[in-house]
Design a protein around this ligand. Sequence first.
Ligand code: ADP
Length: 364
Amino acid sequence: MSSLNSENILSALRAVRDPDLNRDIVALNFVKDIKIDGKNVSFSIELTTPACPVKDQMKAQAELVVKQSIPEIEKLTVTMTASVSKRANMQVTPVLTGVKNTIAVASGKGGVGKSTVAVNLAVALAKEGASVGLIDCDIYGPSIPLMFNINEKPGMHNQKLLPLEKYGVKVMSIGFLIDATQAVIWRGPMASGAVKQFMTDVEWGELDYLVFDLPPGTGDIQLTIVQQIPLTGAVIVTTPQEMSLADARRGMAMFQKVSVPILGVVENMSYFVSANGERENIFDNGGGKIVAEQFKVPFLGEIPIYTKIRIGGDTGRPITDSEPLSEPAKIFSNIAKNLAAQISISNYSKQAAPIEISLGNNNQ
Ligand code: ADP
């Protein structure tokens, strides 16, 4: 009797596990659209993010186990798709209802590269196929217009502001609306009011990830802003030296106080590679990993000091767009994937375990 049927395909695929969610892809209901046409088989694997760090491995493993257990298959086509999982607090706080996940990028102090990281992570997620937005919450010193080289003013539709789109990311900043020199005179409540309006009065549409570039620091303004955003979680950016780590710890404590999950720590300016390939730890190295361990949160990765990262910021074209195959761009891309994986884990742990699909339902 032929072993080529949906039951056997699914049973073979039970050997493929999602390492982040720690279950097999059949139990997770990731396998869709099994089609059997003679000796040709196709199916898709629907992940919880297009920026999955192990997408290629999972595809290769799925092909291998199915071919091994059903040798009579002549042609096997596995398509990787994604449907991004949603944050758990969507029903509780009906704001940004088209936005599946909201990520705050924060730092204990200024100058550590928080905005640079926020911009490059947003662009990297978009490059993986996710729909992404970015809100510049730094009302006092908006740097996002410069970092995206956007000089236009946003349009309006149905009494809502339309975000400006560049490098695949929808962007909103106070810098688009008012003269940058005016921004410094904003008072605290006005600043948090502006961020609130960016959530309610901007037409974001459907987004997988909306990144909030927070103002640096851990004061009242940051706390007020953080409390009004229904956050999936926060990313803490730090540089490796002790001076910066103390501020990073304060930043993490702030998020813990308001029960916002910390999705991970990014260490920026971790090292410098000289022209002859020598690595120098200008600001020390490894501190980000240590604070992540202290707080029992994931360490998402380390970014080198690299001139083209700075040039990308100054010229308004992030390195993840201008040189996506360069080493620093790949590092941003890996950190974005690690972040996406942490978001999937966080969302998965907050929802009930998925119901196992009935094997019979997939017979085509
Ligand atoms: P923050 O948002 O923390 O105040 P920025 O993102 O504005 O910091 O970065 C401060 C400066 O450092 C900018 O000129 C930026 O281009 C530069 N910079 C940030 N990260 C790097 C890096 N990894 N390599 C080189 N320059 C960097």
